[in-house]
Design a protein around this ligand. Structure first.
Ligand SMILES: Cc1cc2nc3c(=O)[nH]c(=O)nc-3n(C[C@H](O)[C@H](O)[C@H](O)COP(=O)(O)OP(=O)(O)OC[C@H]3O[C@@H](n4cnc5c(N)ncnc54)[C@H](O)[C@@H]3O)c2cc1C
Length: 206
């Protein structure tokens, strides 16, 4: 992608494509964006039909609802540093890096609240002044994000399996394929939301 930007007209084309995508709520994509998203760090090559850049939880819910109607799979994409093809698809790709990049340090650096597009490197920069850092510590920390690290249950050189991503997570807000939004810190999360959405998940799975 950077090579295209460096070469004048191709770079301009890419920027135009990007602007067009932003103004296109249906996420229709041209060939350059599709090709750019056809690879991650794995050896797989899958050209997505559509790439979306959702800017809110409501937008993610809307895309899930559309996918349910069309029965198209939806794949999330963040840093694209996964090694087994988790970040590529021939169907719909959702990139959460662009609009989910906020982070807030809490409790004098003992905790941090992050959106899924925040890279581990950026979170650690924020925590540095508190002499703290995140675990997990994957070697890809400059590119990989919290969304990808949590979905993969990432580990790292020093954290091993004792302090991997799942084990250091206090709570999470996430969207089920049914469109149900769950905040695991809410007292009722275990009971009402999950049981209500279970049927929809079963219905959705082919
Ligand atoms: C050089 C290199 C070194 C690495 N070192 C390590 C290491 O030391 N330890 C380790 O564990 N891994 C390592 N990895 C693997 C990889 O970097 C990690 O698994 C990383 O956490 C993936 O994050 P990402 O942001 O790149 O996610 P992506 O590759 O973009 O996506 C990973 C998965 O998460 C899903 N996902 C992404 N965003 C979201 C979201 N917002 N909501 C829901 N699901 C989402 C994707 O669909 C996909 O299934 C390494 C990879 C490379 C290339």
């Amino acid at each position: 992608m950077s090579e295209l930007v460096a070469h004048g007209s191709a770079g301009a084309h890419l920027l135009e494509e990007s602007a067009r995508l932003d103004s296109n709520p249906d996420g229709e994509v041209g060939s350059i964006i599709s090709q750019a998203y056809a690879r991650d760090a794995s050896h797989f090559l899958l050209v997505p039909k559509e790439v979306h850049f959702p800017d809110s939880v409501e937008e993610v819910v809307r895309i899930f609802h559309l996918a349910k109607v069309t029965r198209e799979p939806v794949t999330f994409r963040s840093g694209g540093s996964s090694l087994s093809g988790q970040g590529v698809t021939r169907a719909t790709l959702l990139d959460t890096r662009k609009h989910f990049g906020r982070a807030t340090v809490l409790d004098d650096g003992r905790r941090i609240r992050v959106e899924p597009g925040v890279t581990i490197r950026y979170a650690n920069v924020l925590l540095q002044r508190y002499r703290n850092r995140l675990v997990p510590d994957p070697a890809s920390e400059i590119a990989c994000t919290m969304g990808g690290a949590l979905a993969n249950n990432s580990s790292g050189m020093t954290c091993g399996t004792e302090f991997n991503a799942y084990k250091r997570l206090e709570s999470m807000v996430f969207v089920l394929p049914s469109g149900t939004v769950i905040d695991t810190s809410a007292p009722e999360a275990r009971d009402r939301s999950v049981s209500r959405s279970r049927k929809s998940i079963v219905d959705f799975c082919p």
